[in-house]
Design a protein around this ligand. Structure first.
Ligand SMILES: Nc1nc2c(ncn2[C@@H]2O[C@H](COP(=O)(O)OP(=O)(O)O)[C@@H](O)[C@H]2O)c(=O)[nH]1
Ligand SMILES: [Mg+2]
Length: 467
């Protein structure tokens, strides 16, 4: 049986307690299969693209028909459907039992359980959607923030693919000119103006470079901006985490060293995802648990996009504060942002104002009270500003969505760079034309017009079942 001869069925919603569950069936025998679970009258009442309330009975179970559910069934006749095949959607009551009994009966009636991503894969193979849209469909259910949603919709709507096609057609124009010259090689004519050829290659290079770079921004949007909360014990790091999360996540006590492990939590602030990391401290430690905590804090510090260095405004700074500051500054990479949090401003400010001033010199410093919440808004604003700095590589929304796309862009980019080099070295059009063909192929792969089984298998197997 070829792949598309299989009629597939799967639960499209999460299994477990819920009001409703949706089961999808797709393939040549979709209508035949659902009819086996219906009475003759209900089967006859089904209408294309119309919801019918029907009684669903078990099928193939010791000749006994058990009422499974009263539910809604909607048939969709091919080819104007998501997969391009006949589809049936069944809206049953939720929970674990009913959907799984319905699925069992569908299988007994001739359906096969769908593999992960198989519905979307069929939609792609039947030309209903391109690869960028297929990947966007998968990403939609993983989206955490509105900023991420905007990025995914740029791909879902086809805008991304059409912009890639525009770039590809520019490159194809170049290729046509070069091929024309090759056809007339003996006459030694030049159809393409050399200066223009060069400037077009330059333009393509910078465009593809920008696109490749956009991966970093997409990654920050999707995975979140990592913010490490650093400072000596008892300054209020865990209190700060709880304040940002708006719930009691970390244990807060006045006993120094309460937080021994690194705690990571994601939260959305103004549409952007942040991952806050409450650290245990980065001082020398003796006991084995504390040592491991310190090691993890150290790695959180190294991998952070933003570091929040917390100090206690009610006490004078001491050697440990300065040591931590020193360590942070020493290790800071050029892209890491630092924000100093002068915490506990609800308490009386002790001596050492001058010292604090030199401690904070040239660094963004914010006043905060984790007890009253004063200063939280300014802190959130400041994080948003730091985020914009991290996004500095580009401000438009023309971004790749994932690493596969970035790799395809990189292949196109290196082909264009190689074309430029060959052009500068004065090599014949043939070499340049070959490079340009590679660039075109890489862009076709990017939007899935050229694919291999391997690539497709890899993409769709990462989807969840029922998609
Ligand atoms: N008055 C006051 N106390 C705070 C503030 N932030 C934290 N604390 C207290 O300081 C102590 C240590 O806080 P904690 O968050 O556990 O500090 P950590 O060791 O840096 O994680 C606790 O008793 C908190 O209640 C604040 O803004 N004002
Ligand atoms: Mg703590």
């Amino acid at each position: 049986m070829s792949q598309s001869d299989r009629t597939i069925a799967a639960l499209a919603t999460r299994s477990g307690r819920s009001a409703l569950a949706v089961i999808r069936v797709s393939g040549l025998r979709a209508f035949q299969v659902i009819r086996q679970l219906l009475s003759t009258e209900d089967a006859e009442r089904l209408e294309d693209r119309r919801a019918s309330l029907v009684s669903l009975y078990s099928f193939g179970e010791d000749n006994r028909r058990r009422l499974l559910d009263e539910c809604i069934v909607v048939p969709y006749t091919a080819p104007e459907t998501f997969t391009g095949e006949d589809i049936v959607e069944i809206f049953t009551h939720g929970g674990r039992l009913i959907p799984s009994l319905v699925l069992q009966s569908l299988v007994r009636a001739g359906a096969d359980l769908a593999k992960p991503g198989e519905f979307t894969q069929r939609a792609f193979l039947n030309g209903k959607i391109d690869l960028a849209k297929a990947e966007a469909i998968d990403s939609l259910s993983h989206a955490d923030t509105t900023v991420e949603l905007d990025l995914i919709h740029h791909h879902y709507s086809g805008q991304f693919s059409s912009e890639i096609k525009k770039i590809r057609s520019e490159i194809t124009d170049l290729l046509s000119l070069l091929e024309l010259e090759l056809d007339f090689a003996e006459e030694d004519v030049e159809f393409a103006d050399r200066a223009e050829l060069r400037s077009r290659l330059d333009f393509l290079e910078s465009l593809l470079h920008k696109l490749s770079h956009s991966y970093q921004r997409a990654h920050l949007i999707r995975e979140g901006i990592r913010v490490a909360i650093i400072g000596k014990p008892n300054v209020g790091k865990s209190s700060l985490l709880n304040l940002l999360l708006k719930r009691e996540r970390s244990i807060v006590t006045d006993i120094p060293g309460t937080t021994r492990d690194v705690i990571e939590e994601a939260v959305e602030i103004r549409g952007q995802k942040y991952v806050f990391i409450d650290t245990a401290g980065i001082r020398e430690a003796d006991d084995i648990v504390e040592k491991e905590g310190v090691r993890r804090s150290q790695s959180a510090l190294e991998n952070a996009d933003v570091i929040m260095l917390v100090i206690d405004s009610s006490r004078s700074l001491d050697r440990e504060d300065w040591e931590i500051r020193q360590r942070v500054l020493q290790q800071k990479t050029s892209t890491q942002g630092i924000i100093i949090i002068n915490n506990k401003t609800d308490l009386d400010v002790q001596a050492g104002v001058e010292e604090r001033r030199s401690f904070c010199a040239d660094m963004i410093t914010l006043e905060l009270s984790c007890v009253t919440g004063d200063g939280l808004e300014a802190l959130e604003k400041s994080l948003t500003a730091a985020t914009h700095d991290l996004y500095a590589s580009g401000s438009d929304d023309f971004m790749v969505l994932n690493l596969r796309q970035k790799n395809a862009v990189d292949r196109a980019l290196s082909a264009v760079v190689s074309a430029k080099q060959h052009f500068e070295e004065g090599l014949s059009q043939e070499f340049i034309a070959t490079d340009i063909r590679h660039a075109i192929d890489a862009l076709s792969e990017l939007i899935g017009e050229i694919t291999t089984e391997d690539v497709l298998g890899h993409i769709f197997s990462n989807f969840c079942i029922g998609k």
